[in-house]
Design a protein around this ligand. Structure first.
Ligand code: CO
Length: 465
């Protein structure tokens, strides 16, 4: 990096920040009045779609996520629009058939997404292969994502090799996704350098403030050559969200990594979201302090609080220390999955069961599926004996899990047909069958301005979020 370079900034307030702080409840109408000013502020990109926003739009806000995308797209001329896609899971909760993945990517790009950030919870690149291929076919920017985690097999070399494979797959940039805020400044600098030594595409840093490290981590990563940072405008920053945009802009201003953003242009954006922070203050965490247990045990905050809750429910909170000690044992047997949804919950639950019922005596269904290969290939080989105990005589699959799923689009189009007001509705139907059965008829009635004899299906509250 001889010449002066600008570090670019991706604003996350329209996706990750409100997903992290207020359970993804920001509405399209909350967003629209400020979009043009955000576009003028000089951001590289606005992350504004995917992740949990898709489900949340319909389930809690009675909004069409596709419509949100189009409305924002029509107001943004300069910044790129970015989405988060969970590989073969898309924005839902299971692996979908390849034809669903391809159709979803097609429609996301057609409706206005510029950058598709794709990741897989196990870093199994076979699970991002189909989505990545389709992003390239649509001519959009393919960003492949490394899910950062700590383990004996997640070495600098392993991450750098992964980055190399990602560029071989056509990645236009690579993101380091630190879901738990575990990436320390020193490790970030080393990681960025190791990746930069192997690949020649921009590197983007994505971290959460949970441990209080993220701003320092970004600065160290930028010094080491990172090109883009993910930040949230200050009213929706810190805590479990990203570092504040304004602070990072100020920290880098006047250095060789100046972002080019002006604080003055961020002021109206800050003011707008301050009002929304007040509006949603009941959903906001009461303190945005540092979760010291994450630093202590090196596991994500959500996983720690889930374990505490599980143990409390079972009247066994005195076993917490034992369960925390069991986590590395379980993780090793499972081949060191990154601790991100859903593997973090699986590891936490299995560790709890091992302590309360005896080691490897009980396996939840998800763990059996994991050992059968349906989530993909773990970073390291699993413990064969534990695997045998979990799956018995069944044969694990070794192929790409998506290959096991028959095409689903045609049936979805047929099933959704009575309520479709746009081709995208078939995707909504297949990804969120229960929610869509409520939402699509309501939308159909609105669009056609007539009563369609709505019948309420399952209680949405009964569905996992
Ligand atoms: Co995030």
């Amino acid at each position: 990096m001889a010449e002066t370079k600008r570090v670019r900034v991706t604003e996350t307030v329209l996706r990750d920040a409100h997903q992290s702080l207020i359970a993804t409840r920001m509405t399209t109408n909350d967003m629209l009045p400020i979009i043009e000013q955000m576009d003028e502020a000089g951001y590289w990109a606005l992350e504004m779609w995917g992740g949990a926003t898709f489900d949340s739009c319909m389930r809690f806000l009675d909004e069409d996520p596709w419509e949100r995308l189009r409305l924002i797209r029509s107001r943004v001329k300069k910044a790129k629009l970015q989405m988060l896609l969970r590989g073969q899971n898309l924005v839902g909760y299971r692996h979908y058939a390849d034809d669903v993945v391809r159709e979803f990517v097609k429609k996301a790009v057609a409706n206005g997404i510029d950058i598709v950030r794709v990741f897989d919870a196990l870093n199994d690149l076979r699970n991002v292969e189909i989505a990545a291929d389709q992003v390239k076919k649509e001519g959009a920017h393919l960003q492949l994502c490394i899910a950062y985690t700590l383990s004996p097999v997640h070495t600098l070399d392993a991450f750098a090799d992964m980055a190399k494979k990602m560029t071989d797959m056509g990645a236009d940039s690579i993101a380091i996704k630190d879901m738990a805020g575990l990436l320390s400044p020193g490790d970030c600098a080393k990681l960025v350098k190791a990746i930069k030594a192997k690949v020649n595409v921009p590197i983007e840093l994505h971290s959460h403030y949970t441990t209080g490290l993220a701003s320092m981590t970004y600065f160290a990563g930028v010094e080491a050559g990172a090109d883009v940072i993910d930040t949230a405008i200050s009213p929706f920053a810190l805590g479990t969200s990203q570092p504040p945009t304004e602070s990072m802009v100020a920290a880098l201003a006047g250095t060789e990594w100046d972002t080019g953003l002006e604080i003055a242009k961020l002021l109206p954006v800050c003011e707008h979201f301050k009002k929304l922070r007040d509006k949603y203050k009941d959903l906001m965490p009461s303190i945005a302090g540092v979760n010291i247990n994450i630093l202590r045990y090196q596991i994500p905050g959500g996983m720690y609080s889930n374990m505490v809750n599980q143990l409390k429910e079972m009247n066994a909170i005195d076993k917490l220390e034992d369960v925390l000690k069991e986590v590395p044992v379980v993780r090793e047997a499972m081949g060191y999955p990154p601790l991100v949804t859903p593997s973090s919950q699986m590891v936490g639950t299995q560790a709890t069961m091992n302590v309360l019922s005896g080691r490897w005596k009980i396996f939840p269904k998800e763990i059996r599926q994991y050992f059968l290969g349906y989530y993909g290939m773990p970073p390291a080989p699993v413990d064969k004996e534990v695997q045998k105990m979990a799956i018995g005589k069944e044969e694990p699959i070794t192929c790409r899990p998506g290959e096991k799923i028959a095409p689903e689009m045609e049936q979805a189009r047929k099933d959704a047909a009575p309520w479709m007001t746009q081709p995208e509705d078939a995707l909504t139907w297949i990804m969120f069958p229960q929610v869509a059965k409520d939402f699509l008829p309501k939308k159909y009635a609105r669009v056609h301005n007539r009563d369609v004899g709505l019948q309420k299906t399952d209680d949405p509250a009964a569905y996992p979020v």
